[in-house]
Design a protein around this ligand. Structure first.
Ligand code: AGP
Length: 610
């Protein structure tokens, strides 16, 4: 939700700002803008639409400043217009601000500021911040102090970067609830919402925590609390290289990320599978294993695709670890009264590690004295830092808004945790070895499914104009049905529903006619016979069944319109192979419909607002 960048140093900041915004575009892409300190005044350029449009406007300007900040927006308050685009300036055009987050008390603050003579140009909540800073500075307070005071007045969340024409050698960055990272360069320093804009410029970063303010000059970074206490912050190293954040010849990041899965799954398992012992080694949770193992109850919480992975975690944990598990939408968690105590464990799953609802669920769980674990992809993200222990996915940057490789890595991590805990409870060493070997085979099996992309592309041509889809699965393939349907709707704007196959007869069966494609995930497993019956029920209503079936299952081919085969694996690992054709199908359908696959309308990669 909105991306922020900042540069201060010896070079013109504009190229870094534009490049950085392009790398953050997945966070928001309805309007963008930059501002630089140029000859003791602030020069601003904004544009509605993609960063490319802002860049085009800049070719006719001579913007050049060694200190600048920029923003790419995902609208919350006010439509995507130039006036609502960031940066926002104070009434005198001397202070400029970019903001990610939501200022909750902006209505009352705005009224108060209007009564004091301030005029607002936008409908955004963000603009009040810069007027607040102006108000304090007008009363003689210095720039830094004015920002501290302003931030103490607001309720809500922010990640901000602020510059002032009177202080052309300083960027001020502050965070509460929205991520910010400071990059350390040589005679130049950077600010960004996440590490992506910094790749290729520096490897050294400092992640800001809530309530912290960074004073960033070309040669120095000082981090303070909002109460003005200097804090010694760790400098961390970022590992990603440029290929990880570029399309590398693919048309879209989504396709690149789908195709990367054999490798990302190997990376997720690297050094963690102990084949001989039939178990796993997960350094991030090994010191807290007892609390997990002796939990009376485990709650898995997440949003969207991560929630679908969590559902698979429930199935695995209950089957093989024997601990009662519940899966909670993080967005609902804190608005009811979940029963938690010190003997329950909450595991939060999040690709970005920044999802506001998931963070809020973690905080609620901590308030109720539960131990909180995280399963995240983004190293150093807020969720990774706020949880007691956790496991990283190591799937590399996921840039396409539709999550693909993070999902398979999440499911893999959940399988690794299941194996670890299961072996400490009731799974025998031979059963453990069998699971470990099946896991090790998964990347090659995923590779085999990816080889079928041409077949799936042809199927996409047949289905691209359909308006509704149904996805059905049972057991471990039910969450896959949900995930397959989500992929299709978010990138192709086709209505799709995922259902447990047997639930179909309690309602959705009414939708089935000869125009309704029904994707049925029907691998050979413990519920195979049952799902064959469900296929019959669909066919009896003339529904067009497309089956995802196990390699070698010739029988199913006679019963359905089309089959896509996937290699055989253990039942609990089936989702890792059955989701692949559904990701590809959604991708090719969206491309055929001319949709913006990597940046679907109305969506943003990480949802850092409630
Ligand atoms: C997935 O394709 C979605 N774009 C979305 O549902 C996403 O999974 C959700 O917002 C959670 O994100 P997170 O994993 O970064 O927390």
């Amino acid at each position: 939700m909105c991306g922020i960048v900042g540069y201060i140093g010896t070079q013109n900041s504009v190229p870094f700002l534009i490049n950085g915004l392009k790398r953050l575009e997945y966070r928001g892409y309805d309007s963008a803008g930059i501002v630089v300190c140029q000859e003791h005044r602030l020069a601003v350029q904004k544009s509605v639409g993609k960063i490319a449009e802002l860049e085009a406007k800049l070719t006719h300007s001579n913007m050049d400043g060694k200190c600048g900040i920029g923003h790419t927006r995902w609208a919350t308050h006010g439509e995507p217009t130039e006036n609502n685009a960031h940066p926002h300036l104070d009434g005198h055009g001397k202070i400029a601000l970019v903001h990610n987050g939501i200022i909750e008390n902006y209505v009352s603050l705005r009224k108060e500021l209007v009564s004091k003579g301030h005029t607002f140009k936008s409908e955004t909540d963000s603009e009040i911040l810069v007027h607040l800073f102006q108000e304090y500075m007008q009363n003689g307070t210095d720039f830094i102090e004015a920002i501290r005071r302003g931030l103490s007045t607001v309720k809500g969340t922010y990640g901000i970067a602020v510059i002032c024409s009177a202080h052309p050698g300083l960027i001020l960055a502050a965070r509460r609830g929205s991520p910010l990272v400071v990059g350390h360069g040589n005679g130049e320093n950077y600010v960004a919402s996440d590490a992506a804009p910094l790749v290729g410029y520096t490897k050294e970063v400092t992640y800001l925590d809530d309530g912290e303010i960074a004073l960033v000059t070309a040669d120095n970074v000082t981090v303070k609390t909002i109460d003005d206490q200097v804090i010694k912050k760790a400098i961390m190293s970022i590992e990603a290289d440029l290929t990880a954040i570029e399309k590398s010849g693919y048309d879209h990041f989504m396709l690149k990320e789908i195709m990367e899965q054999p490798q990302t799954l190997r990376d997720t398992m690297r050094g963690r599978l102990l084949l001989e012992e039939g178990t796993t080694k997960l350094g991030g949770i090994e010191h807290d294993l007892e609390s997990l193992l002796y939990s009376r109850r485990i709650v898995l919480t997440a949003c969207g695709t991560s929630w679908h992975a969590a559902l698979l975690g429930e199935y695995m944990f209950e089957e093989l670890v024997g601990i009662p598990v519940e899966v909670e939408y993080a967005s609902e968690f804190r608005y009811r009264n979940p029963i938690l105590s010190s003997d329950s464990t909450v595991i939060a799953l999040s690709q970005s590690g920044e999802t506001a609802d998931t963070l809020a669920a973690i905080r609620e769980a901590k308030r109720k004295s539960s131990k909180v674990f995280g399963i995240c992809n983004v190293v150093g993200s807020s969720i990774a830092r706020e949880t007691d222990a956790g496991v990283y996915l190591h799937a590399g940057p996921e840039i396409g808004v539709a999550s693909t490789k993070a999902f398979t890595s999440q499911v893999t991590v959940l399988a690794l945790v299941t194996l670890l805990l299961g072996r400490m409870r009731s799974i025998s060493s031979s059963a453990g070895r069998q699971i470990a070997q099946a896991l090790q085979a998964i990347p090659d099996q995923v590779e085999k499914v990816l080889e079928k992309r041409d077949q799936i592309q042809v199927l996409a041509q047949e289905l691209a104009d359909v308006r509704n889809f149904l996805y059905l699965g049972r057991g471990y393939n039910f969450p896959v049905a949900l995930e397959g349907a989500l992929k299709l709707k978010e990138i192709s704007y086709i209505h799709a529903e995922g259902y447990p196959a047997a639930e179909m007869k309690h309602g959705p069966i009414a939708l089935i006619d000869e125009n309704m494609p029904v994707i049925v995930i029907a691998t050979r497993d413990s519920v195979y016979e049952k799902i064959l019956s469900n296929i019959q029920e669909v066919r009896a209503r003339k529904g067009k069944v497309i089956a995802i079936a196990t390699e070698g299952d010739k029988e199913i081919a006679d019963r359905v319109h089309k089959v896509i085969y996937v290699p055989e694996t253990m039942e609990m690992l089936n989702p890792l192979v059955t989701i692949i054709p559904l990701q590809l199908l959604a991708y090719y359908i969206a491309v055929l419909r001319g949709c913006n696959v990597d940046q679907p309308r109305n969506l943003a990669k990480s949802v850092t607002v409630e």
